[in-house]
Design a protein around this ligand. Sequence first.
Ligand code: ZN
Length: 276
Amino acid sequence: MPGPKKDLSQLCLHSITTKPWSLEEALDKYCEKGIGGISVWQNAIEKQGAKKAGKLLESYPIEVVSYVRGGFFPATSRRKRQKAIDHNKQLLEEASLIKAPLLVLVVGADPGQSLNKSRKQIQEGIEAILPMARSLGVKLGIEPLHPMYAHSRSAINTLQQANDMAESIKDAFVGLVVDVYHLWWEENLKKEIARCGKNENLFAYHISDWKAPLQDILNDRGLMGEGCIPLKKIKRWIGKAGFKGYHEVEIFSNRFWAMDQDRFLKKIIDHYIQYA
Ligand code: ZN
């Protein structure tokens, strides 16, 4: 006999997690299971465009949690930096069309210049798109990335640096995304999560696991419980910091993408309930 139905109302899946599925298939399957939220990746709406995707999303009983992802502001050339700003403005339009309240930012870095210079350009980039974000009602979430990405994907590598930047910009529309994959190792993580919450900058929470060993730094994320991240501990810290939002499963994995996605979805739910 099946047991009582599990409460998945606080669970959110990133569309990239079940990449082989189209947006429509993902929505059918997530809603069938009672999953509360979806974070939509740009590739998932590329074919139909944001307007049609927005209509489709609206027809399902699921909340759009965020649009992923903008950013990549730093560049040694001014022309490239301007191009990045224009691209982020377009992403804000798309976020607004799919009614996503948050655009996640992977802020970028350029190996041709210092990290400090990249950080300065990141702040300038965010400030350049901020008026538009405010007018569309789409918040901006800076996601610090593990230092293995400091050369090209993100010059912001700790929650401490991200807190510093959010506090320096100091705007209700700019906050942070805490992703356990990137931050689990950070000294003083508990303190920085508390600081983030206290300043009302804790916008989103991403979960997965860090396998030992990793086969690939990008596309071998583990399912919750498969690795060494103290997920339950971090969840307590997040809760204590006042976070009441979704627990967003974001897994890039060649191993799982190759698997039957229905079986994978069942595994995600089981592991979420047991380990996260
Ligand atoms: Zn993330």
